[in-house]
Design a protein around this ligand. Structure first.
Ligand code: HEM
Length: 201
């Protein structure tokens, strides 16, 4: 086992853009003054999530859904290994975390689409309630996600948060991805800038 490249640039950049966008959208959610900031930061979250869907099919090995979206047996086995405090080491996402990721992406898109409809004055108060309910559901999953990441880091003795920044985790050399896909990250930046601006305009 040695340090190998696991997370490509679009996964890492998309992740931290989503974290920043969500935090800013949450902080500005009650403010009239920062309405535009709220719409743009919410737009960043939804744009990253929309990019992540095709990237789950064409991205590098550990970014692909078929690498981490697993059936119920794999999830139960992993959760059992967690309860024994001996979780099986994963080079990519673990099977339980994989479902939290799918839920986060779906909630990000749903919250963003409903927010956009509200912003364009479609629908009534029920749309506002739905937007808030979806955002609260997303925050709940984020809290579970962060708790999973922190406990996983402690149990594996590997800093998963740093790995989401550097892209590197412990693994065997042949499990490494061959490229960090920097060009796709540039496309992500251009897409997020254009889509979030359009959503907020
Ligand atoms: C708004 C809040 C957050 C959202 C929406 C979010 C969403 C996600 C998503 C979608 C992924 C999958 C990445 C991918 O494959 O593209 C992920 C993974 C990850 N996130 Fe977050 N995240 C949030 C907050 C955080 C925070 C605050 C931390 C650090 C404390 C964190 C640490 C990680 C780590 C370490 C992984 C990789 C997990 C693994 O090793 O399998 N996330 N997150």
């Amino acid at each position: 086992m040695q340090k190998i490249l696991v997370w490509d640039w679009p996964v890492r950049l998309g992740h931290w853009l989503m974290v920043g966008g969500f935090a800013l959208a949450w902080l500005t959610s009650e403010s009239e003054t920062f309405r535009l900031v709220h719409a743009i930061s919410g737009g960043v979250v939804v744009a990253v999530a929309l990019f992540r869907i095709p990237w789950g099919f064409i991205g590098s090995r550990y970014a692909r859904f078929d690498d981490f979206v697993r059936g119920p047996n794999a999830v139960i086995d992993y959760l059992r290994s967690l309860l024994r405090l001996q979780p099986a080491h994963q080079t990519g996402h673990n099977p339980a975390g994989g479902w939290a990721i799918m839920l986060l992406l779906l909630l990000a898109i749903a919250t963003g689409v409903v927010g956009w409809a509200m912003y364009n004055e479609l629908g009534g108060e029920w749309l506002e309630d739905l937007h808030e309910g979806l955002a609260v559901a997303m925050l709940t999953v984020v809290i579970v996600h962060v708790a999973g990441v922190v406990s996983g880091s402690l149990m594996h003795g590997e800093n998963l948060i740093r790995a989401m920044a550097t892209g590197q985790k412990q693994g065997s050399p042949e499990a490494a991805i061959p490229s960090a896909r920097p060009l796709a990250a540039l496309i992500l930046i251009a897409w997020v800038a254009a889509a979030s601006w359009w959503l907020a305009s």
